[in-house]
Design a protein around this ligand. Sequence first.
Ligand code: SF4
Length: 440
Amino acid sequence: MTVPKVGFVSLGCAKATVDSERILTQLKAEGYGFSERYEQADVVVVNTCGFIESAVDESLEVIADALGANGRVIVTGCLGAKTELLKEKFPNLLAITGPQDCEAVMAAVHAEVPPRHEPFYHLLPPGGVKLTPRHYAYLKIAEGCNHKCTFCIIPTMRGRLVSRMPSDILGEAQSLVEAGVRELLVVSQDTSAYGVDQRGQTDLATGKALRPHITDLARGLGELGVWVRLHYVYPYPHVDELVDLMASGLILPYLDVPFQHASSRILRLMKRPASGEGNLARVQSWRKKCPSLAIRSTFIVGFPGETEDDFAELLDFLRQAQLERVGCFVYSPVSQARANSLPDPVDPELAHARRDELMALQADISHARLARRIGSRCTVLVDEVNGAEIVARSAGESPDVDGVVRLPATEGVAVGDRLSVEITGCDAYDLTATLLEFEP
Ligand code: SF4
């Protein structure tokens, strides 16, 4: 009997990757196979991104290619929330579903290619189908967002914050660990807001009284004995408790805090959460509590109304905050975002020049921060072993977004191994190291 095959394209951020993994897991459980080419698939699913214009363009291009090569296409994900746009551009799509709607995608797949009758749950890899390497996995703890940042339309696409219950998250994390995952990357739109929609609820599903709160959840995840890394944390006062967990070694001393700007005027125009003027003091107090803390952040330059003074304030913040890892984007209008109607747009050429200036400054800061680690020892997790070298990461580097630690190729080292190393050198992004010993 031939196995019905699905062609699957996953675009977008880590949160979209988790949605893709859920759909892929369900497809596999129901006996579907996966096709490496559009032409050989019985149906194609495209999980899209709709955040910024370039991501929308990429999604539209992929949908057009899939329609051209195959013709039977289901669209899901953030761009799926823009039904009218998709219907107008591609009237022949089989179905359009919004983000995190696994059930609707499955219904559309069933309508086009019915599943085989025997269930295949026993063939599922433990931990489900993953798009990441076997040794790390994204763990999505909540959907949606209660904020209204003026440059963002995610709350319109993904809805308000809905936190998963702690027993559900801890159960998934436990299965991932049993399947060989050694690093859990906690993601959501606003990780520090986890549980605020469930305030007062207690989760009794495991026989323990679990409180849906980020500190308790991080503690529970840390107790699983693998690396736990937090992404998309906003600088609320209760983040101090998370930094305490980092200082105690229970979770990785790493914080991804998307500050986006430092000028309080611009932060107010952006309507950023936790955008008070105390961010620098907060960074300094976190470093005091946990000196090994690595902070990653992203910034937007050229936001409407950004003056030379605002930009100078941002550069000054970076000089003082001494963040380890920084990404910077030039503001680009997102269709239907409220920021589009703000006055005083910044000339794109000036915005690009500001980004270059910021990144040049940050390259020096990052280099200096990394250089402080030369001669120190740390644990790394191996991501890649090729002929010439081993590519790994320490607590200070998250996959895909930060730099790496490079070591000379050594016999017996495999992907997913934990090694004790000594840092020997660096540039502005990556570190070099030598192997000291294998760790359990
Ligand atoms: S916090 Fe702001 S930028 Fe992040 S998803 Fe929510 S509205 Fe968008």
